[in-house]
Write a protein that binds this ligand. Structure first.
Ligand code: AMP
Ligand code: MG
Length: 364
């Protein structure tokens, strides 16, 4: 059944856009080849598709179908100056999507692809301006997920941002994709939870030295170790300040933001988080605390809701639960949330970037 939807801010010839969504459920490791065959043909004919990757779900269109790429922006309500990531499944795809690839990048790819690292390179001729927002550079990655891999093997390169409505946390579960994209996309391939639950790391290799544009699932330490040179990490990439210019174009937009105000307390001591919670309690606010499993007891009897994102000893667990936590915050019936901070090592850098970008206030 088609569902009528209204895409705010988008004028669709004065009528609401209606999209009939075909939903397929597949096994994440052994997807049914006949399903992939059908959706591959649909994508090549210009349909848009939600598909799983190891990081988050993507909303993809063939790079050979610029009109389908334009529909991605409408479906997500995404500003058209925010470029997409090109997803490939073989190194040969690079020959048409990028040019002037440095030797060090080829060596890096050899070791980390398929995997959650996106490279910004000089753009190749097959990538249309709809995907790059007209920039001379292009962001490319090779996802490590059997469904994405098999799909792209058949369709060729897909231009795909995360499959959330703009501003919301990226989708990492079946529930998230159905909530955000049913009725907006032609096809959904549901393969259950994604693996990392946080987006790819983006490094700009079109400049020297390379610069971290967005921390993500691939630890930046691993990249610098392989390259043998430092990658520039700025306050923008750590999520403290929004990029004023087109450093990473998407960065100037607010992300992951729940409607509930969120305070991030940067000191590592739970007592400091408790102090903030107590002062909010004096203002008669209903409070949620986002904490690690180790600190739960500290807040018991003091705040209204305690949300555990995982163990401080396993930041991969915290990363995986983070977006579900941010999405659920608004359903808890609290006035304000206070989050602990996590060590900025490995995937912790991405966790802190997302928390800061979701916050209304940071207490240093
Ligand atoms: P998403 O997949 O939704 O996380 O969005 C892709 C992100 O990749 C964008 O928000 C940009 O920050 C980044 N990106 C894509 N293309 C480029 C590019 N050519 N230069 C810098 N960043 C890019
Ligand atoms: Mg996104």
């Amino acid at each position: 059944m088609a569902r009528a939807i209204c895409i705010s801010g988008i004028e669709c010839c004065g009528v609401e856009t209606m999209v009939l969504t075909k939903l397929f459920r597949v096994d994440a490791l052994y997807p049914d080849p006949s399903i992939l065959d059908v959706v591959c043909r649909d994508v090549l004919s210009g349909k848009i598709i939600v598909f799983p990757t190891e990081t988050v779900y993507g909303l993809g269109a063939s790079i050979y179908r610029p009109e389908a790429i334009r529909r991605i922006f409408i479906a997500k309500n995404r500003p058209i100056d925010n470029p997409l990531i090109i997803h490939i499944s073989r190194r040969e795809h690079l020959y048409e999507t990028a040019v002037d690839i440095p030797d060090a990048v080829w060596r890096l790819i050899e070791l980390v692809w398929p995997g959650p690292l996106t490279l910004v390179l000089k753009g190749g001729s097959a990538v249309p301006p709809e995907a790059t927002a007209g920039l001379p550079t292009v962001a490319i990655r090779m996802p490590a997920h059997p469904v994405a891999e098999k799909l792209i093997d058949c369709t060729g390169p897909l231009a795909a941002p995360s499959a959330n409505i703009s501003g919301r946390p990226s989708p990492t579960t079946s529930h998230h994709i159905l909530t955000d994209m049913f009725g907006r996309t032609d096809i959904i391939i549901d393969a259950g939870d994604t693996i990392f639950g946080i987006e790819s790391t983006i490094v700009d290799f079109s400049i020297k030295p390379p610069r971290l544009l967005r921390p993500g699932a691939m630890p930046i330490e691993r990249i610098t170790e392989i390259l043998g040179i430092e990658v520039t990490v700025t306050d923008v990439s750590r999520g403290y300040v929004e990029a004023e210019e087109a450093l990473a174009p998407g960065m100037k937009y607010r992300h992951y933001a729940p409607s509930t105000p969120l305070i991030v307390v940067e000191t590592r001591k739970p007592e400091d988080v408790l102090k903030v919670a107590l002062s909010l309690r004096r203002e008669r606010k209903r409070i949620a605390v986002i904490t690690c499993r180790e600190n739960v007891e500290i807040y018991q009897g003091i705040v209204d809701k305690i949300i555990t994102v995982g163990s401080r000893e396993n930041l991969f667990e915290v990363a995986k639960n983070l977006f579900t936590t941010l999405r659920e915050l608004d359903r808890l019936g609290v006035d304000i949330a206070v989050a602990e901070s996590f060590p900025e090592k490995g995937i912790g850098l991405a966790i802190m970037n997302r928390l800061r970008k979701a916050s209304t206030k940071i207490i240093l």
